[in-house]
Ligand binder design. Structure first.
Ligand SMILES: [Zn+2]
Length: 258
């Protein structure tokens, strides 16, 4: 798959060639415009689809897995609904991975501690989860990641190594910040869209149809709807003999610094 730096280099080379050609024969301005649109489309696509690894390496599944194992991940908590998610996971004896927002941990520290106490993993999902995260400077991204890591360290003594960017958006600023923090970027390959669709059946069917060995499922522990989908999903995975594993087991990487 192409990377951001290669695309930029390619575009620069084409612009230089077009300028050079312009000395001999007039190059129509539309060629420059077309090149700009191609660059813009690829960059936008690369920003919004974390699976492309366009700006930074992201783990989105266990590649070529043949074993019936899958990971459940929950974003945007801890939230009052996290209680219900934890109850269900306990009932099914399943361990999952929670990507938590710093602000939410600040509001619900006991819930965060419960996630850890019940044997689940946690990862950094920024401090503010701002809609403008994709426009933050490198320093601002660093501040967000460090603030959440520090908070979790003070609460639990754990130094989180997993990071999931808000909305799955990546760009050169986020990529550069991650070179400093050295977090593992964790994406997904089974997106439930449980914050977009209203209908539980639609969400459940969407996830069910995408289930495959080595997959990483993205859900949100922020609504009753998602809790209901989770219950159906746990029953389905059980009937299909899938084992649900936390991200560190699926990918063989550690969630915390020693
Ligand atoms: Zn999120």
């Amino acid at each position: 798959m192409l990377k951001h730096k290669e695309i930029v280099l390619f575009c620069v080379v084409v612009v230089v060639v077009l300028f050079f050609l312009n000395f001999f024969t007039a190059v129509h301005w539309a060629f420059f415009l077309l090149l700009f649109f191609i660059w813009f489309a690829i960059t936008t696509w690369g920003s919004f689809d974390i699976r492309l690894n366009y700006f930074t390496k992201a783990y989105c599944s266990k590649i070529k897995s043949k074993e019936k194992e899958i990971a459940l991940t929950f974003d945007d908590g801890p939230h009052e609904m996290t209680e219900k998610v934890l109850d269900l996971l306990k009932q099914f004896n399943v361990k999952a991975t929670f990507f938590c927002i710093g602000k939410q941990i600040e509001t619900n520290p006991d819930l965060f501690k419960r996630i850890i106490a019940e044997g689940h993993l946690t990862g950094n999902h920024s401090y503010s989860h701002s809609k403008n995260f994709g426009f933050f400077s490198v320093q601002k991204v660093l501040d967000e990641i460090f603030a959440t890591n520090r908070m979790v360290y003070e609460l639990t003594g754990l130094q989180m190594k997993f990071f999931r960017p808000p909305f799955g958006v990546t760009n050169p600023m986020i990529a550069k910040a991650l070179l400093t923090t050295k977090h593992h970027v964790i994406g997904w390959n089974i997106r439930s869209l449980d914050t977009v669709y209203e209908n539980e059946n639609t969400i459940f069917e969407r996830v069910k149809n995408k289930i495959k060995p080595g997959g990483i499922i993205l859900l949100h522990d922020t609504s009753q709807k998602s809790v209901n989908v989770l219950e159906r999903l746990l029953l389905f995975l059980e009937s299909e003999n899938y084992s649900i594993v936390p991200i560190d087991k699926l990918l063989n990487i550690s969630a915390y610094d020693n």
